[in-house]
Structure formats: C-alpha cells, structure tokens
Ligand binder design. Structure first.
Ligand code: HEC
Length: 139
C-alpha cells in the first residue's frame, strides 16, 4: 500500500529528475547516470551532433574545442585551445545540467562566448546530444 492519504499534496516526481540529481551528487566519475540523466539516447544524439561538426570534433580541436572527456571537465579546459575569456572565467563544470543550459542558448548561458551557434531548442534533442557526448568518453 502507498501512503497517498498521509501526503495527498505530494506528487511523484519524474524519475529523470532523480537521475539528474544522482548525476549531480555523484559527480564526474558517474558517466552512466550523466548519460541517462535527461533521458537521452546516444544514437539519436549522434545525428544531432552532425550540426556541431561544422566546428567540433570529438577527437581534435577545430573552430571549437574537442569534445572527448567533456563531462566532468571545467569549461575552457582543453589545453591549447584559445577560448574566450567569458567561457574560461565562467566557472562552469560540464555535467548534464550545465550542458543542457548552455546548449539551449549559449549566448544567454555564457554572455560573451565565441561559440557562434544559436543553440538546440528541443529538450529531447539536447538530452540525446548530452547522452552522445557522455558516451564519447575520455580523450
Ligand atoms: C560555428 C561554430 C560552432 C558550432 C556550430 C558549435 N560550436 Fe560549440 N564551440 C564553438 C567555439 C568557438 C567554442 C569556444 C567558445 C568560447 O571560447 O567562448 C565552443 C565551445 C563549446 C563547448 C564548451 C567546451 C569546453 O571545452 O569548455 C561546448 C560544450 C560546445 N561548444 C558544444 C557544442 C555543441 C554540442 C554543438 C552542436 C549543437 C556546438 N557546440 C556547435 C564553436 C561552435
């Protein structure tokens, strides 16, 4: 039996939120919870990532920094890449939540960023993209 009567106002939260919290609490070592956090699908994310490949690669710096090892890294953390001061000084640690915010609207999340891309507006596409980036693993 459940305890609905004791707490009638309390609603069950979406399981995704718990996974997101778990990912935030357990930190960079927990690659799997990060990829699951927003309910993303890495395979679909690979297709979304094609939009990023005008500037990014998983394995080497191009117009944008390489994306291997992204989860758990400080923003502006790829050695030898010439980041904007705005991104370097942002204090962001890349995890599911911070990536979701940045990728929705890079200019709003980090005013002054040099990433010339308007963002990915669809939350499911962002979740898929983040699952793909998390699955890419270390450099
Ligand atoms: C027009 C080129 C361009 C496109 C397209 C682009 N980016 Fe970027 N990206 C950049 C540049 C340049 C930077 C460095 C920004 C800075 O220094 O402010 C960057 C930075 C980033 C960072 C921060 C990395 C770090 O090491 O801190 C992430 C994450 C990122 N991009 C993800 C993406 C994703 C995901 C996509 C596709 C949806 C994408 N970008 C599309 C150019 C681009």
């Amino acid at each position: 039996m459940r305890h609905e009567s004791a707490t009638p106002a309390r609603r069950r939260r979406a399981p995704g939120l718990f996974l997101l919290l778990a990912a935030l609490l357990t930190g960079p070592a927990a690659a799997l919870p990060v990829s699951d956090a927003l309910g993303g699908d890495a395979e679909r994310g690979a297709a979304v990532y094609e939009r990023c490949q005008a500037c990014h690669s998983l394995t080497r710096n191009r117009t944008g920094p390489k994306h291997c090892g992204l989860i758990g890294r400080r923003a502006g953390g790829v050695e030898g890449f010439a980041y904007s001061k705005a991104l370097r000084d942002s204090g962001i640690l890349w995890d599911a939540a911070s990536l979701d915010r940045f990728l929705e609207n890079p200019f709003a999340a980090v005013p002054g960023t040099r990433m010339g891309y308007a963002g990915v507006k669809d939350p499911q596409e962002r979740a898929d993209l983040i699952a793909f980036l998390a699955a890419a693993g270390e450099c």
